[in-house]
Design a protein around this ligand. Sequence first.
Ligand SMILES: Nc1ncnc2c1ncn2[C@@H]1O[C@H](COP(=O)(O)OP(=O)(O)O)[C@@H](O)[C@H]1O
Ligand SMILES: [Mg+2]
Length: 231
Amino acid sequence: MITFEHVGLRYGPGPEVLSDICFALEPGAFRFLTGTSGAGKTTLMGLIAMTLRATRGRVTVLGTEVNRAPPDALSLARRKVGVVFQDFRLLPHLTAFDNVALPLRIAGRPEHAIRKDVWEMLQWVGLADYARMLPPTLSGGQAQRVAIARAVIARPRLVLADEPTGSLDAVQGARVMGLFEALGRAGTTVLIATHSRGLLKRYPHPRLSLVAGRLTQTLAPAGTGGVEKGS
Ligand SMILES: Nc1ncnc2c1ncn2[C@@H]1O[C@H](COP(=O)(O)OP(=O)(O)O)[C@@H](O)[C@H]1O
Ligand SMILES: [Mg+2]
């Protein structure tokens, strides 16, 4: 599903912000990506989402070797990955319905098929009654659920979420996590970046842990006898 082989990344001429990253994520895995602010979580997510390119090493996502793929293959591959951002990134002038419909419209799906899928998806995230609302009028939890619906409407096999509960209260955070867990049970590969100790405590999924741009732990959650390597 995802393999990283000795991957490094630097922004411009600066130092490497990711160094010698090696891991594999098997299909259906549910993982947290942890690390303090600045550790490199968002950068690593960008590499997996194929919006950033490694400056050394090899990244393969869903069969695409990112550094070798031509631009058109890369934009096709990007559509197979669902991405959820902490700040939602909804289009403010489009309704909740039209935000969720966007990936299907971009993919050229016929409008009648789009309507059915979007209604189903809005029901799944508990927002069928909010379809006609504009994002600025939604609560944070509602907006994040619209963002999740948009990320998964095209049935990606891989979903990335960058601090998806970071700006939500506990009740809304739990609701959002419930959606990711349901996706995981349905076989979607899920990777969630977080620095929230509370989240990690409540949801004991295996972790990839970043410290200053290096992976230090690649298996089980704390206290379950996971193998640690490095520092
Ligand atoms: N566009 C950028 N240009 C230069 N440096 C960046 C850029 N984005 C992130 N960085 C740096 O890369 C490091 C990792 O950042 P980031 O991946 O955002 O970490 P995290 O998501 O874990 O907080 C930080 O030192 C940050 O300052
Ligand atoms: Mg970040």
